[in-house]
Write a protein of this length. Structure first.
Length: 199
């Protein structure tokens, strides 16, 4: 079993104000690392990921889900203006990380017909709208929301792996990812009393 992912939840200079963009950078780093590790886990479990293209598609789906989850977590904890800045910055930072990692595989050669960053942002915008229709009770994703994510990942897998990938995503990978993301969000934006059951 892999060691838990360490996350930044506090700043060293506590007397300094940190805006949503700085928090977004810390969150993006954690979300990417967790999604990347999930792909490694799937590879070790003998799922036929094989190609970097398939791995990046899986990472895109997991990170898009995580961004929506962050949006749900911070709702009511911060102002709407801060929330919008945070989610926008988080999406943009993940798009930058996505492009940078893809370019590592292409020898820094860009596809003249496809913008990697914009492609990720387009996917993220679609998923944000789609996940908005699902419930996330008590800061957790509902079964239908997780099932939708697993179906999106299932589509990019080889047929032989499609029957098993959904259970792996829903029961193994996402609970750990969501737990880590929630811990980090709670560190930056502590839940209000009604969210923790206090008072």
């Amino acid at each position: 079993m892999a060691a838990p992912t360490r996350v930044k939840t506090v700043w060293f200079k506590k007397d300094t104000t940190h805006g949503p963009e700085e928090v977004a950078t810390a969150l993006a780093t954690t979300i990417w690392r967790m999604a990347d590790r999930a792909v490694d886990d799937l590879s070790k479990a003998d799922y036929d990921i094989v190609t970097p293209q398939r791995g990046f598609k899986i990472i895109a789906e997991i990170t898009a889900f995580a961004v929506h989850y962050v949006d749900r977590l911070v709702y009511g904890r911060v102002s709407e203006e801060q929330r919008a800045r945070l989610i926008t910055a988080l999406g943009r930072r993940l798009a930058e990380i996505m492009e940078d990692n893809i370019l590592d595989f292409t020898g820094r050669v860009k596809d003249p017909e496809y913008d990697y960053k914009q492609g990720y942002i387009d996917l993220l915008n679609r998923r944000m709208e789609e996940y908005a229709h699902y419930e996330f009770p008590a800061d957790k994703a509902s079964f239908p929301a997780l099932r939708f994510l697993s179906l999106m990942i299932r589509e990019v897998m080889e047929k032989g792996d499609q029957p098993w990938i959904q259970d792996q995503i829903m029961d193994v990978e996402m609970p750990e990812i969501m737990g880590t993301v929630k811990k980090q969000v709670d560190g930056f934006y502590p839940p209000r009393a009604q969210e923790t059951g206090i008072g």
